[in-house]
Design a protein. Structure first.
Length: 193
């Protein structure tokens, strides 16, 4: 069995209500080449699957695709968590899908992806939490911080729904608070571009 010796830096972005707009704002500002893999976890309905991939693809030159079971993470690719599945990052830096119970009323759950990525990547990752109406993402940010990763949250004053970022700022160690127009620069810096 071939083991991956080096994994790309990982950026995991999670959002719920109001989370799509910051993503659409940051995507055009990402530099090429991007020395990181990006995972996006958005709470959404099943019927938005193909529309989301097409919408994000139109805003960036990077490949955007729905994450698949056992798919290895690669630099310069944007992976989207499929609707109605939890997306986990495995220790061998591949992805896995899980249809177990909802977490924080959500599947995919941002916490599930943040926490599994923290275990797999440790300090070699950043988690960015965006606008939303529930507490999903806060526990995952705590796990990312404890694993040595970087934690970032959208400035609640810029969020369409500020409950999720406010909860995170109150309850989790947050390294940086960002408005959407500064997120691309932050990701470029974290990815070493």
């Amino acid at each position: 069995m071939l083991l991956m010796t080096t994994a790309p830096y990982l950026i995991v972005i999670g959002g719920s209500a109001g989370g799509l707009q910051p993503i659409l704002t940051l995507l055009p500002g990402l530099n090429t080449p991007l020395n990181a893999a990006i995972i996006i976890v958005l709470h959404r309905q099943n019927h938005y699957e193909s529309v989301l991939t097409e919408l994000l693809s139109a805003r960036t030159n990077f490949p955007v695709r729905e994450a698949a079971e056992k798919e290895p993470l690669e630099s310069g690719i944007i992976y989207i968590a499929p609707a109605d599945y939890h997306l986990l990052v495995e220790s061998d830096h591949t992805l896995s899908l899980d249809d177990s119970e909802k977490v924080n009323f959500s599947r995919p759950s941002i916490d599930v992806t943040f926490s599994s990525a923290a275990l797999a990547y440790g300090s070699n990752m950043t988690a960015l939490l965006l606008s939303g109406a529930n507490t999903d993402g806060t526990e995952g940010l705590i796990d990312v911080h404890e694993a040595g990763g970087t934690t970032a949250v959208q400035d609640p004053a810029t969020a369409d729904v500020d409950y999720m970022p406010r909860q995170a700022i109150q309850l989790a160690p947050v390294d940086i608070i960002l408005p959407p127009h500064e997120m691309a620069l932050f990701i470029n810096e974290m990815a070493g571009v």
